[in-house]
Design a protein around this ligand. Structure first.
Ligand SMILES: [Cu+2]
Length: 174
């Protein structure tokens, strides 16, 4: 696939004009290019967690860090999870002193060579219509769909109610 070759080449030959890089790389060592198409997928998810919910609670929040090691921006378009009827990508804004959540139009942009933190009070994943409470110690699989990287499944570690970070602490893990 020409696009994959091009992206793999750029990752190896940063700063070299793309067309020249592809030509040189293909002529010299064609096999490694075909063997490593996954190098073009540069999204990694870390510190994925969710908050424990009470039995009465039908919504829950999911948080994580999404890194993009690639040379092109990517975009988290949507998410699904077996634990909830629906999963939305939300942002938070203050409206007259009231914290409000709303779906992010067009998904969440992940800049090239950058990262985005989904955390309480900011961007997050919203579980709507929980089928069962999220219990601490559990691991909740969530399927994330990216514009370039495709589908990635993250496992969110459930932390106690009131947790502010993936380790259950109140100041994150740094
Ligand atoms: Cu929300």
């Amino acid at each position: 696939m020409p696009t994959i070759v091009c992206r793999a080449a750029r990752a190896v030959h940063r700063g070299v004009a793309p067309v020249l890089a592809v030509a040189a790389f293909s002529a010299a060592i064609p096999t490694p290019i075909a063997a490593e198409p996954h190098r073009a997928v540069s999204i990694t998810v870390s510190d994925a967690w969710a908050r424990e919910t009470t039995p009465a609670q039908k919504v829950g929040g999911g948080f994580m860090t999404i890194d993009n090691a690639g040379d092109r921006p990517d975009r988290l378009l949507s998410a699904t999870a077996g634990v909830a009827d629906k999963v939305e990508l939300h942002t938070v804004s203050m409206d007259g002193g009231v914290m409000r959540m709303r779906p992010v139009a067009g998904g969440i942009a992940i800049p090239a060579h950058g990262k985005v933190d989904l955390r309480p009070g900011s961007l997050h994943i919203m579980f709507i219509g929980l089928k069962a409470p999220l219990r601490r110690g559990e691991s909740v699989p969530v399927t994330l769909r990216f514009a370039r990287a495709g589908t990635i499944t993250a496992r969110l570690a459930v932390q106690p109610i009131g947790a502010m970070g993936p380790d259950g602490g109140h100041h994150g893990h740094h």
